[in-house]
Design a protein around this ligand. Structure first.
Ligand SMILES: *Cc1c(COP(=O)(O)O)cnc(C)c1O
Length: 383
């Protein structure tokens, strides 16, 4: 089976992990701050807080921005459930903003309309989470302008988008948002097995997220209720978690990061090759927005309306092609339905879902394998 995504682990990666494994530190040690600095420098931002998943990063990002009971978080329905669940961990509620049918990203016009209505009703969101779907940045200038107008905070869910750019700047630079989150799950652009990171320009937000990552404990006397009892002393000043990344994982991430630009370039080359090979088939290739250089985490095609997606999917799987579907709209999940969401709430997301198909794309995919994918798709869409 050709999978839809897979990691690339080199001899250098293995050596880096073995070196960490035989060092004095297994869990958070010197590799974690090195990895954080390397990612922050790559993105041209001030601070990065490494954690054990993007889900954890989204959670502590929400907490650091003060999201709590009675507050609202809005995100896209076309995302992984984690982009919405983070609000619920904080006791806040979730709502969604429909997508732009061209980019499949949260639509700034739909956001503007929903904000205007919410301002009337006194139920504005505290946090909005734009998701850079498939690695292509959302229209962040438009979202930033709305954030300034309505006073909400912005967390970029850039789980797909490390190595991507928006208006020439790396995703994660922080020009348009408060916090940006990356995922290092193996199907994403670079991996630490499990892992994630939250980036920010704001030192206070970074310090808060560092504390939340490790039980809410501080060793900073300035934050303590009284002078330290001695050199051993720490205080728990709020309720945090154990969301730490290990040094083994950070060593893997640092080693992978050296190949990030090459990975993204290879993804682009393969995506452009797909565009050419698919040209005669009844599918729509992913659109490229002029403001964005995508990290190309996913290559998602939309099938022509007369095609039965399930039949195409099953034919591809039977042919050994690990196609997938990203994503089942979050509001249609049973847990969210139980919160009151219904079919038809976000029609563009639902229409997208009915016709979307993710084709295999990862840096070590060969052109021969890609030809097999296209041949299988051509056979599957034949009437
Ligand atoms: C993968 C993913 C996450 C969660 O990442 P983990 O590191 O697995 O927790 C969150 N949001 C989006 C959009 C994702 O694709």
């Amino acid at each position: 089976m050709i999978p839809y995504g897979r990691q690339d682990i080199t001899a250098e990666d293995v050596a880096a992990v073995v070196a960490a494994l035989t060092s004095d530190f297994l869990t958070q040690g010197p590799q974690v701050p090195r990895f954080e600095r390397a990612v922050a420098d790559y993105c041209g931002t001030g601070y990065a807080v490494a954690v054990n998943s993007a889900t954890s990063a989204l959670h502590i990002a929400c907490l650091a921005l003060g999201l709590g009971p009675g507050d609202r978080l809005w995100t896209s329905p076309v995302t992984f459930v984690a982009s919405a669940n983070c609000a619920l961990y904080c006791g806040a509620t979730v709502d969604f903003v429909d997508i732009d049918p061209a980019t499949f990203n949260l639509c700034p016009r739909a956001l503007a309309a929903k904000l205007a209505a919410a301002a009337q009703d006194g139920c504005l969101p505290k946090v909005v989470v734009p998701v850079h779907f498939a690695g292509q940045s959302c229209d962040m200038a438009a979202i930033r302008a709305l954030a300034d107008q309505y006073g909400f905070k912005v967390i970029e869910d850039a789980s797909h988008a490390i190595g991507g750019r928006y208006r020439g700047l790396p995703v994660g630079a922080g020009d348009y948002s408060d916090i940006t989150v990356f995922s290092f799950h193996p199907v994403k652009i670079v991996t630490t097995a499990e892992g994630g990171m939250a980036l920010t320009r704001d030192p206070a937000l970074a310090a808060r997220m560092e504390r939340l990552r490790s039980h809410g404990i501080t060793r900073d006397p300035a934050l303590m209720s009284h002078a330290p009892d001695g050199p051993w002393y720490y205080q728990q000043v709020e309720l945090g978690f154990n969301y730490r990344l290990t040094d083994l994982q950070a060593a893997l991430g640092l080693s992978q990061l050296a190949r990030l630009d090459g990975y993204v370039a290879r993804r682009h080359a393969l995506a452009e090759r797909y565009d050419r090979l698919l040209a005669g088939l009844p599918v729509t290739a992913p659109c490229r927005h002029g403001d964005a250089y995508s990290a190309f985490h996913l290559y998602v095609v939309r099938l022509a309306p007369d095609l039965d997606r399930r039949r195409v999917f099953e034919a591809m799987r039977a042919a050994g092609i690990g196609v997938n579907v990203h994503y089942i709209p979050v509001h249609t999940q049973p847990w969210y339905r139980a919160q009151g969401f219904r079919d038809g709430d976000f029609p563009l997301a639902e229409a997208y879902y009915r016709s979307a198909l993710t084709l295999p794309l990862y840096p070590t995919l060969t052109e021969d394998e890609q030809d097999r994918v296209v041949a299988a798709l051509a056979a599957a869409v034949r009437p």
